[in-house]
Design a protein around this ligand. Structure first.
Ligand code: AMP
Length: 284
């Protein structure tokens, strides 16, 4: 069932809670693929009821980003959800989420601001304000749905770490369930933004997973020095790749590592044409 109104969703949730049912939430921006489906399957398996939110959240896009062209495929998304056993697809408009005549700035809207140490690096460096928008909308979704469990992909590992931190710092009564990255057979991590890639660019995009898998192999073979591990990446890059970052950071705290260990996550962002892609891998 597709629900567009917050009040209608809250009513339904209230009835489920009265019956003592557990509720799982899978927040998404839609254009659902097998990566999203893996989160949905986990929720359906673990919880009595599952809500999938489909909301292209305007306040997490920076000026000049792809808000207007972001793929919107609600009909196909709700079909996928129905077949997967989802109970409600929550697809509010920006006006429903942020109010009549909303003005998306912190002059007029209460924001949830994650700690600077977590956002001044990796994606937060080029996407200033992005994680403020993410935390604000996820906090709103938690308050509306009151889920027992919420499912997030390791594909967006910095986001996952920041959301876990928000839940801990603000004592939000929800359990965050991390879900592994789903990849194409080629190694390419699934992403709604892969739709922007031409077939040639899709080939070029394999560089992210190739670099990460190679680093993991080198690590497994005994190379622990981060500079040495970083050096292995350069032979994979060519003029089609604009490397934004390749960083080794603690899996929980995002502190930088000089020597890799089993808690080290390697993060990479590469621009191919206009398309910015991210990926990561845990060395363990
Ligand atoms: P998005 O619609 O891109 O905001 O993603 C919604 C959720 O799906 C986030 O928790 C993502 O981390 C997760 N997700 C997206 N792509 C993948 C993937 N390839 N594997 C696992 N989770 C994913």
């Amino acid at each position: 069932m597709i629900v567009l109104q917050i009040e209608k969703l809250k009513e339904q949730i209230k009835n489920w809670k009265k019956e003592g049912l557990t509720v799982g939430l899978v927040p998404t921006m839609g254009a659902l693929h097998a990566g999203h489906k893996s989160l949905i399957d986990k929720s359906v398996e673990k919880c009595d009821r599952t809500v999938v939110s489909v909301f292209v959240n305007p306040i997490q896009f920076c000026p000049g980003e792809d808000l207007d062209k972001y793929p919107r495929t609600l009909e196909a998304d709700s079909e996928l959800c129905k077949n997967a056993g989802v109970d409600i697809v929550f697809a509010p408009s920006p006006k429903e989420m942020y109010g009549e005549g909303y003005i998306l700035s912190n002059d007029f809207l209460t924001y949830v601001i994650p700690p600077y140490f977590y956002v001044n690096k990796l994606c937060g460096k080029s996407r200033v304000g992005h994680f403020d928008g993410v935390c604000t909308v996820v906090n709103k979704l938690f308050n509306i749905v009151q889920p027992d469990y919420a499912f997030f992909g390791e594909k967006d590992a910095q986001q996952l770490i920041i959301i876990k931190k928000m839940v801990k710092d603000l004592n939000i009564p929800v359990e965050i369930v991390p879900c592994p990255i789903v990849r194409e057979q080629s190694g390419l991590a699934l992403s709604s933004r892969n739709k922007y890639l031409s077939s040639e660019q899709k080939e070029q995009a394999l560089v992210l997973s190739k670099i990460l898998f190679n680093i993991k192999t080198c690590y497994d073979n005994g190379i622990k020095d981060v500079e040495a591990l970083k050096d292995t990446a350069f032979s994979f890059l060519n003029e089609h790749h604009d490397l934004e970052y390749l960083e080794f950071r603690d899996e929980n705290t995002l502190e930088e590592k000089t020597t890799a260990d089993n808690n080290t996550r390697v993060f990479i962002a590469v621009k191919i044409g206009d398309v910015r892609l991210i990926d990561n891998i845990l060395l363990k």
